[in-house]
Write a protein that binds this ligand. Structure first.
Ligand code: XMP
Length: 326
């Protein structure tokens, strides 16, 4: 019989068996999947797990702080924070093809984890065991969409599956690989992961890097971060967080349109709102948000974010559109 308790127990046992006496690091983003995976592995191997939070510069406002406050406070897990924003931005410079961007991000994550694994061992006086295992919160839909499911087309390379480099040295530990998000949430609650994390909306590992259509630059990230913050604030204020699956905010960085703002003509970028409703992210419908909430978001973004003079609403279901634009 499938119950969250049975499932959690069985998966913890499997992790314990796979890792044995070994040591692991876990890429922790603060999202549901990596947090539940980390909690599970911590239960299995205790302090032989170190979590690594990579600030790749593609995060939303306030993200890094939230991980420290919510997850570390709740679990007491060992956490290393790596500021790798320069390295990711340099690697992404000049790149605008979606799959290329995804693969660069996937590769850079691994390079940062490798360095972190070396540093962890190097910092110990009695350093003996290398860190061999990398824990990832990969879910079943990530595998399918990256072309890993039987007969499935490669729709997009999720950073933690199809985006992994060929020379990967780590042994992967992916306890959630057979689960859907709703199951992960139930298992997470069973493991004592706090509500504030379990019910977070999904946010992709490649972050804002796949929500800037075109090249990723520091300046564009700043624009998108400001617009995204406003959209999230207003959705939360309207009490809509649990009604929507997630709401990507996308910057069409290579598109400009004419506007009139303040005293005159502007030639700025459009921001796209992509609110979706879904059960498992395999299919989705666009969410019929209240018009007044949309109006507030639009007014605030065009007033408060420079270089944005237009806000548009994505009214496409999945299929044919995917949830993220890249
Ligand atoms: P798509 O865009 O494929 O998204 O309809 C389905 C769900 O997956 C998330 N997503 C990702 N999550 N790494 C992640 O951790 C990725 O590379 C990635 N790509 C998409 C997306 O936000 C949505 O919830």
């Amino acid at each position: 019989e499938w119950t969250p308790a049975n499932m959690a127990e069985e998966l913890v046992a499997q992790v314990r068996e796979q890792i044995g006496e070994g040591r692991a690091i876990c890429g922790l983003s603060g999202g549901v999947d990596s947090s539940v995976a980390a909690a599970m592995v911590q239960k299995a191997i205790g302090d032989r797990l170190t979590c690594v939070f990579v600030d790749h510069g593609l995060l939303r406002a306030g993200e890094a702080e939230q991980v420290k406050e919510d997850f570390v406070a709740a679990t007491g897990v060992d956490l290393v924070v790596v500021d790798a924003s320069e390295r990711f931005l340099e690697a992404l410079a000049g790149q605008s093809d979606p799959e290329t961007k995804r693969k660069i991000i996937g590769r850079e994550f691994i390079r940062v984890f490798e360095q972190a694994a070396r540093d962890i061992v190097g910092a110990e006086s009695d350093s003996e065991h290398p860190v061999e295992f990398l824990v990832q919160g990969t879910l079943y839909p990530d595998v399918v969409e990256s072309g890993g499911g039987t007969g499935a087309a490669n729709i997009k390379s999720h950073h933690n599956v199809g985006g992994l480099p060929d020379d990967l040295q780590f042994k992967l530990v992916e306890p959630l690989r057979a689960l859907f998000k709703d199951e992960v949430r139930q298992v997470g609650l069973e493991l004592g992961v706090p509500d504030s994390i379990v019910w977070r909306q999904p946010f992709p590992g490649p972050g804002l890097g796949i929500r800037i259509i075109g090249e990723v630059t520091a300046e564009r990230l700043e624009i998108l971060r400001a617009a995204d913050k406003i959209a999230r604030e207003e959705l939360t204020a309207a009490g809509l967080d649990r009604d929507i699956w997630q709401c990507p905010v996308v910057l069409l960085a290579d598109v400009r349109s004419v506007g009139v703002q303040g005293d005159g003509r502007t030639y700025g970028h459009p921001i796209v709102l992509r609110p979706v409703s879904s059960e498992d992210a395999m299919t989705a419908d666009w969410t019929r948000l209240p018009y007044d909430v949309l109006a507030t978001i639009s007014n605030r973004i065009t007033n408060e974010v420079s270089d944005v003079n237009r806000v548009v609403l994505d009214v496409t279901s999945k299929p044919p559109g995917t949830i993220e634009w890249e």
